[in-house]
Ligand binder design. Structure first.
Ligand code: NDP
Ligand SMILES: O=CC(=O)O
Length: 325
C-alpha cells in the first residue's frame, strides 16, 4: 500500500503527477478545513502533508496520528507550531533559497511602483484621464542614490540589497539581531540599530520572519521615527506590522507612502481602511509567485517530503533537533 499524502494549496501539477507515482494523494484547496468530514478523514490516515499556509497546530495534529512530515511550500513557516511538531517527532520543512531572487524582484518592483506611483498613473491612462500636463501632485520620488534600510537582512534581504546597490546606487542600512559581514562587504551595507535605520532611511523594507519577537514590530512609534518623506515596504508577513498604525501614519503624513505584499489577514477584507488610501500600493502576497519559482518551490517541497517519508534527512529540515530520527 502506498503512503497517504494530504496535498494542500498550490502544489504544481507536474509535481503532483510525480507524487502520484509513489503516494496515495488527497487534495484540498481552501483555507481552514478542520471540521470538513473529508479533510478530517484524510488527516486521520495521512503520513505526510504538503502545501502552502495550512495552519498546523495542536488541534490539527490531534486528528493526524500517523503524520510523519509537514512539507511547507514556502520559506516562512509561521503557520506551523514547530514546538508541538517536534514534541510529536514530526518533521517540518520549508523552501529556503529557491525563491530569493524572485521575491526580491517583486519587492523591489513594489518599491519602484510605490515611489513612482505606477498603478495610480496606469489607471489615469486607462481611464482616459491623461491630461497632457502632468501636475506636480502626480509626481513620484526618485529611488536611485537614496538610502534603503532593510530590516531582516537574510536570504531575501540580501537579494534586495544586491539590486539596490548595483542597480540603483543606493546606500544600504540594515538591522538584524546579528551582523552579516559578507553583506557589509558585498553591498557596502552598514549595520544599524533599528531606531537609527528608521530615522535615516528614505525607504524601509521589512523582511523578517513572523515570530513572537517580530509581532507588530512596526507600530505607531516606529512609523513616527521614520522620515515624513520615507516609503515603507512590507514583503514579510502582515502580522509584523500594526495595520491600524500604518493606516494612521499614511493618513496623517507621518510617512509618505507604503507598498505591501502581505496583510494581517489574507485575503484582506475589502473594507480594510488601508485600501481606501491613495498613498499605498497593495499586492495579494505574490512575492514568489512566478511560474518558474512556484515550480521550483513545489519541487523542493516534494523532495523534502520524499526524504522525510523515506526516513532520510530532508534538505530543508526546520526542526533539526529531531535528527537522527
Ligand atoms: N512576500 C512573499 O511572497 C514572501 C515573504 N517571505 C517572508 O520573508 C521572510 C524572510 O525570508 P528569508 O529572507 O528567506 O529568511 P531568512 O531567515 O534568510 O532571513 C530572515 C532575517 O531576519 C532577521 N531576523 C529574524 N528575527 C529578527 C528580529 N527579531 N529582529 C531583527 N531581525 C530579525 C534574521 O537575522 P538574525 O537572525 O541575525 O536576527 C535574518 O537575517 C520569511 O520568513 C517570510 O515570512 C518569504 C518569501 C516570499
Ligand atoms: O510568503 C511566502 C513564503 O515563501 O514564505
Amino acid at each position: 500500500m502506498k503512503p497517504k499524502i494530504l496535498v494542500y494549496m498550490r502544489v504544481d501539477d507536474r509535481v503532483i503527477k510525480e507524487l502520484e507515482k509513489n503516494y496515495d494523494l488527497t487534495s484540498f484547496q481552501n483555507h481552514e478545513y478542520i471540521g470538513n468530514r473529508a479533510f478530517d478523514q484524510a488527516l486521520k490516515e495521512t503520513d505526510g502533508i504538503i502545501g502552502l499556509a495550512l495552519k498546523v497546530n495542536k488541534e490539527l495534529l490531534d486528528l493526524a496520528p500517523n503524520l510523519k512530515i509537514v512539507s511547507n511550500v514556502s520559506v516562512g513557516y509561521d503557520n506551523l507550531d514547530i514546538k508541538e511538531l517536534t514534541k510529536r517527532k514530526i518533521m517540518a520543512t520549508n523552501t529556503p533559497g529557491v525563491l530569493d531572487d524572485t521575491t526580491a524582484d517583486a519587492i523591489f518592483g513594489l518599491l519602484l511602483s510605490t515611489a513612482r506611483r505606477i498603478p495610480e498613473l496606469d489607471h489615469v491612462v486607462k481611464a482616459g484621464k491623461w491630461d497632457i500636463s502632468l501636475q506636480p501632485d502626480q509626481y513620484g520620488v526618485d529611488v536611485h542614490h537614496k538610502t534603503l534600510g532593510i530590516i531582516g537582512m537574510g536570504n531575501i534581504g540580501r537579494a534586495i540589497a544586491q539590486r539596490a546597490h548595483f542597480g540603483f546606487g543606493m546606500d544600504i542600512l540594515y538591522h538584524n539581531r546579528s551582523r552579516n559581514i559578507e553583506v557589509e562587504q558585498q553591498y557596502k551595507a552598514t549595520y544599524c540599530e533599528l531606531d537609527d535605520l528608521l530615522n535615516q532611511s528614505d525607504f524601509v523594507c521589512l523582511m523578517v520572519p513572523a515570530t513572537n519577537d517580530t509581532y507588530k514590530m512596526m507600530s505607531a512609534a516606529e512609523f513616527k521615527k521614520m522620515k515624513k518623506t520615507a516609503i515603507f515596504i512590507n514583503g514579510s508577513r502582515g502580522k509584523n506590522v500594526d495595520e491600524d498604525a500604518l493606516y494612521h501614519a499614511l493618513k496623517n503624513g507621518d510617512i509618505h507612502a507604503a507598498g505591501v505584499d502581505v496583510f494581517e489577514q489574507e485575503p484582506t477584507n475589502p473594507n480594510n481602511p488601508l485600501l481606501q488610501l491613495k498613498n499605498i500600493v497593495t499586492l495579494p502576497h505574490i512575492g514568489s509567485s512566478t511560474t518558474e519559482c512556484e515550480f521550483n518551490m513545489s519541487k523542493l517541497a516534494a523532495k523534502n517530503l520524499h526524504a522525510g517519508l523515506s526516513r532520510k534527512k530532508a534538505p530543508s529540515l526546520i526542526n533539526e533537533e529531531l535528527w537522527p530520527i
